[in-house]
Design a protein around this ligand. Structure first.
Ligand SMILES: C[S@@+](CC[C@H](N)C(=O)[O-])C[C@H]1O[C@@H](n2cnc3c(N)ncnc32)[C@H](O)[C@@H]1O
Length: 136
């Protein structure tokens, strides 16, 4: 069988963020908002609980198409050009973001979170547990 070279992802939900500005990274964000999960996936979030951290994988849907000159970029808080794969810029070959968020509350299909760095309406592709490193 031939290896696939292109993939299509369908969002499982979207971000609801009423804040006017979005911080540059979740690690410096206090913004609260909601992850609204499509009702067909509600059983998939049944074990997510308040006070946990979750990894949210999402699409930078408002980024312009990537172009070669963006292979290096100067992040707002660093005084140097960096390779795109060493920074968290929303301008990247595959417009995929990853944020670690704090769960505040969960209802049937809505997860209330803190530390948002995503714009209102951002499509959510996946959610995974935040797993701490442990010595084997
Ligand atoms: C530097 S990125 C970091 C995001 C994530 N923590 C990561 O590392 O992938 C955060 C910035 O991306 C931008 N952004 C957030 N959501 C976006 C979206 N849906 N489309 C385009 N840009 C977005 C905002 O300007 C925000 O300040």
């Amino acid at each position: 069988m031939e290896n696939k070279t292109e993939f299509i992802f369908k969002p499982i939900g979207y971000v609801r963020n009423k804040s006017v500005s979005v911080p540059r990274h979740w690690s410096v964000s206090d913004i609260e908002g909601e992850l609204v999960i499509d009702s067909q996936y509600k059983d998939g979030i049944k074990d997510i609980k308040a006070k946990e951290k979750i990894c949210v994988i999402f699409c930078f849907h408002k980024s312009p198409p990537f172009s070669q000159e963006k292979l290096t970029q100067k992040p707002p808080h660093i005084d140097a050009e960096k390779g795109v794969f060493s920074i968290c810029s929303p301008y990247r070959p595959n417009p995929i973001g990853l944020s670690v968020l704090e769960v505040l509350e969960k209802s049937e299909n809505v997860i209330k979170v803190r530390r948002l760095d995503m714009l209102d309406g951002t499509p959510i592709l996946d959610i995974k547990p935040y797993v701490e490193y442990k010595e084997f």
